[in-house]
Design a protein around this ligand. Sequence first.
Ligand SMILES: [Zn+2]
Length: 220
Amino acid sequence: MLFPKKIVDLSLVIDNHTPIYPGDPEPRLSVATTIAGEGYNLHHVHIGSQTGSHVDAPYHFLDSGQRIDEMDLKAFVGPGLLIPALGKSEQEPITLADVGDYVEQAQAGQIVLFHTGWSAYAGQEKYFRHPYVHIEVIQALLAKGVRTFCIDCINMDITGGSEFPVHDAVAAVSGVIAENLTNFAAIDFPDPFISILPLKLAGCDGAPVRAVAMQLFGHG
Ligand SMILES: [Zn+2]
């Protein structure tokens, strides 16, 4: 029998203060009913399609791209390749010179996680001046057959800019991007198994996820 020995939660909490991309719908959670009133507890949850830890479907940047409910779920689970990219400055690119050794090891079907450490700044203005992934890194990983890319900051491209080369390149091959993740430092075991399964939102450009890294039994 196979079961997780350890599960690391890679998700931001969703509440009224969750950092959102500038201009996105603001999350609002509130009490709808109570046990004292109606006999059961229930909440109103108003969120955007990409609130909190989320995945982008190709449709996010491509009108003809797949929408989140149309995607093969294989894109959202698989062996993780954790790529350290710590110590970057504000709006500094992560380049092939930084991560080339990891890119070399990458294999088709792996889920790549860029570990910037920037989720430590969630709630601060600095959170939006995060490092970003240079398109040359994404092109090299796409050439290796990788189709799923995760990062622990709010955007894999520059936030506040008008160009999104990483999003365009990943959407063009029906890949997915997961953003606003956190806690990558807690993946302290080899061969993490990653799950970023999205909500099945009809026709949407993306969806929130409960992202996890699992240490499967038998390792470590
Ligand atoms: Zn995105």
